[in-house]
Design a protein around this ligand. Structure first.
Ligand SMILES: Nc1nc2c(c(=O)[nH]1)N[C@H]1C(S)=C(S)[C@@H](COP(=O)(O)O)O[C@H]1N2
Ligand SMILES: [Mo]
Length: 508
């Protein structure tokens, strides 16, 4: 093989690398997902770099660490691709295996980021397919002729190669452009979000909320870890400037409210635990945050609700609907709000930016509309909402529940004394006590963490003595209305699961 065909093979490798990266990033953009593979790998590198080294590097380059990391990850990858290109003739299987391995690294890096969606993983798959196909397309003219083939044969294959380089190059530019155009909405919304300075605070969890048992879900859920449930295939992207909310229906005076108008009103802030009706017993579709927003009752009072109404129908930008009892929104003792911020940050796009509803004590599907654009004061006999026509109940107060986080179901533990713990919730009613039961023995009272009010979950903890062998642990909560969780297991449909969370673990 002569020098120039070695150079051509390296070029084929680099172009293949670029084509795959662009294809996967464009896929992520088109699907409005987060976390393209390069960013994901760069974050993994950053997180896995030993602490002091990472700190030193960051000090060295200042706030440019992220772009720099992304650029160097890309350059390293393309150098590797160049080398893989040069191997196409003698070891054709090696580049294919390497592309597979790189895709696995990409996939693992994407999956470890909690806010990745299916679109992010799909992007990696598209990138891999692109790598395999483009590599074949570009290298085949270069590896086809025998080393001692006539000069005309070489000239012909070089022409074919150059044509393919041109074709792939044009494809890359086109796909990249389509990706950029289709992600413009998201980038605009992200940028507007970054520039917002809201008069809100991040909230400080009261002392004693944590029972101090490692493995129990953090009392405050970070925005990145907050569970996410919605029907949106692509996240609606609304800038605050484009947003407005119409309040109409059974009201004296229709209102249309802009974002600035909303922000200039008096804000309320509160710890509220949000929970999904499809959370199975022991499930993790529940999270707790500090929310900032405008009390809905203030806006309803301004609009003037007419007699006879008993519901507020909400519609999101993407046409999702849900109905909430009017009484829950006008109740002066319930902090139902149009939330602007979560843990002191403007709502993340995935969690309803720029404005969503949060109502203590009700499941999300009947209260927590994200990307909210319309409120209609009406009555329950006048409409069917998105989930009610699909077999779910029209009303969804949160059911009193509790969960074991430690030990995990199926875990192995030491023998002797063990700490057990988890969370319990009965939003807007409050948790009175939590009890746990080891191996069918007597119910024992758990120690409870403190809470700022009745609208959040509470942590619980206890101590047990275990001998060698298999054990069962059950938990049940009693709320402040005096109700103790039923042992009867009910499915999540139509209005939330019931039953005690019970786990098995092995000691010794
Ligand atoms: N626009 C819109 N809002 C929505 C939903 C949805 O599908 N679309 N799902 C609801 C459900 S079922 C739940 S449990 C909560 C979840 O909110 P989160 O994703 O911020 O945790 O949002 C609610 N708001
Ligand atoms: Mo939900």
């Amino acid at each position: 093989m002569d020098r120039s065909s070695r150079g051509a093979l390296a070029l084929a490798g680099v172009l293949t690398g670029i084509a795959g990266l662009v294809a996967s990033q464009a896929t992520v953009w088109i699907l409005q997902a987060k976390n393209g593979p390069i960013v994901a790998v760069a974050s993994a590198v950053r997180d896995k770099t030993p602490g002091d080294l990472a700190v030193k590097l960051v000090h060295l380059v200042g706030h440019k660490d992220k772009p720099l990391l992304i650029a160097s990850t890309t350059v390293l990858l393309l150098l590797l691709c160049a080398w893989l290109g040069t191997q196409a003739r003698r070891r054709p299987v090696l580049p294919e295996l390497a592309f597979f391995a790189l895709a696995v690294v990409g996939l693992v890096s994407v999956l470890r980021l909690k806010d990745s969606s299916a679109g992010s993983s799909f992007g990696v798959v598209v990138g891999l397919i692109t790598w395999l196909v483009v590599f074949r397309v570009l290298t085949s003219p270069l590896v086809a002729p025998a080393a001692d083939a006539a000069p005309e044969v070489w000239a012909g294959s070089r022409r074919a190669f150059l044509q393919r380089v041109g074709g792939v190059g044009a494809g890359v530019v086109l796909v990249g452009w389509i990706g950029r155009v289709s992600s413009r909405g998201r980038r605009r919304a992200e940028q507007a979000r970054r520039l917002l300075r809201l008069p809100v605070s991040a909230g400080k969890p009261p002392a004693g909320v944590s029972v101090g048992v490692p493995g129990v879900a953090a009392w405050r859920t970070s925005n990145d870890d907050f569970y996410r449930i919605d029907t949106a295939l692509t996240v609606p992207t609304i800038t605050p400037g484009d947003w407005s909310l119409r309040i109409h229906g059974q009201v004296e005076k229709e209102l249309t409210i802009s974002y600035n108008d909303l922000v200039s009103r008096s804000l309320t802030e509160d710890w509220i635990t949000l929970c999904c009706v499809s959370n199975e017993v022991g499930g993790d579709l529940i999270s707790n945050a500090y929310w900032s927003g405008v009390p809905i009752r203030d806006l309803l009072a301004e609009a003037g609700v007419k007699d006879g109404a008993d519901a507020v129908l909400q519609t999101s930008k993407d046409g999702w609907t849900c109905g909430t009892p009017l009484a829950a929104l006008t109740d002066p003792k319930r902090n139902a709000m149009l939330a602007l911020a979560m843990n002191g940050q403007p709502l993340p796009l995935e969690h309803g930016f720029p404005v969503r509803m949060v109502v203590p004590g009700l499941y999300g599907y009947v209260s927590a509309t994200k990307w909210l654009v319309d409120l209609e004061v009406t009555s329950f006999d006048q409409f069917d909402a998105y989930w009610t026509v699909r077999g779910w109940s029209a009303k969804g107060p949160v059911k009193t529940e509790s969960r074991i986080d430690v030990p995990r179901d199926g875990a192995g533990t030491k023998t002797g004394s063990l700490k057990v713990g988890g969370s319990a919730w009965a939003q807007h009613t409050g948790i009175e006590k939590v009890e746990f039961q080891l191996d069918g023995g007597p119910w024992q009272a758990a120690r409870l963490g403190s809470v700022p009010g009745n609208d959040t979950w509470v942590q619980w903890a206890g101590d047990v003595e275990v001998g060698k062998g298999k054990h069962h642990l059950a938990v049940r909560a009693t709320d402040k209305s005096g109700y103790t969780q039923t042992a009867v297991r009910r499915d999540v449909v139509p209005d939330g699961a019931t039953g005690w969370h019970t786990i098995e673990f092995q000691s010794g």
